[in-house]
Write a protein that binds this ligand. Sequence first.
Ligand SMILES: NC(=O)c1ccc[n+]([C@@H]2O[C@H](COP(=O)([O-])OP(=O)(O)OC[C@H]3O[C@@H](n4cnc5c(N)ncnc54)[C@H](OP(=O)(O)O)[C@@H]3O)[C@@H](O)[C@H]2O)c1
Length: 279
Amino acid sequence: MSVAPTRTLSTDPGTEVPVIGFGTYPLRGSEGVAAIASALEVGYRFVDTAVNYRNEREVAEAVKASGIAREDVWLQTKVPGRDHTGARRCVETSLQVMDLDYLDSVVIHWPNPSRDEYLTAWEQLVEAREAGLVRHIGVSNFTAAHLDRVVEATGVTPFANQIELHPYFPQEQMRAVDAERGILTQSWSPIARGGDLFEKQAVVAAAEAHDLTPGQVVLAWHVALGAMPLPKSADAQRQRDNLAAASVQLGEDEVAAITALGRADGRLFDADPDHHEEL
Ligand SMILES: NC(=O)c1ccc[n+]([C@@H]2O[C@H](COP(=O)([O-])OP(=O)(O)OC[C@H]3O[C@@H](n4cnc5c(N)ncnc54)[C@H](OP(=O)(O)O)[C@@H]3O)[C@@H](O)[C@H]2O)c1
């Protein structure tokens, strides 16, 4: 079995994190367990779940079924907006549901700025980390203002910021914001859920040049940008192909041509973190 290659975390140089992780939304039930177990079998060692995906139990079952040692797989969950003021309790519940002693990472799923509770959530995640419930704490869908507020208040920098990132929405500015602060950018919907992206000339040309699938080209583009993509697939062959993109190197021109597919309105469902509410 070939296992996902890793990189070093800037916020914790002693820690290695896989270059590509596995997204699990909306995998649920016995089919979900089978798909997640398959991902582990083909070599993924980072699994992204969330309280709101209602599949933490499935993730835990798949890890147990895989026989992979707990310390060899990175498990990440997310605190939903409704639990910002009870974030520590939320982490404890996730641990119970997953029958785990610790999580590798927990991130705040959305800032929900209109409720103005994300700083409380961050302070509670800092406590949860100090209590040993979680090794690394991070955020998702945070803007520069949200990041700066939590860092200034607590002195603790998120290890990662998981944001919408794909060729239609390349997020130059947010990637720079994360990089300046030493924060790992994780990409959600990294292949823009497939679709017509795979027919774009920049993607097709690179696929032909390197004998890759379009999905592999797009995932290799993330790797070239320094971001960590979290593709979801329920299909073992696509899981394997997607993971293999971790060791593909695109040329600078190819990366630039794919980035040029970006559009100001390129978000998949208009989820601007300053306004989008998700509880
Ligand atoms: N933090 C957040 O707010 C947030 C928001 C959205 C998503 N996420 C996370 O990001 C993960 C990924 O995002 P996503 O699931 O929205 O989108 P995605 O990974 O970009 O796309 C998934 C879709 O693409 C298909 N697919 C996967 N690999 C393929 C390939 N090589 N060729 C053709 N089709 C392929 C999958 O179908 P098959 O299963 O049939 O292969 C699935 O329909 C989620 O699972 C979740 O963990 C986080």
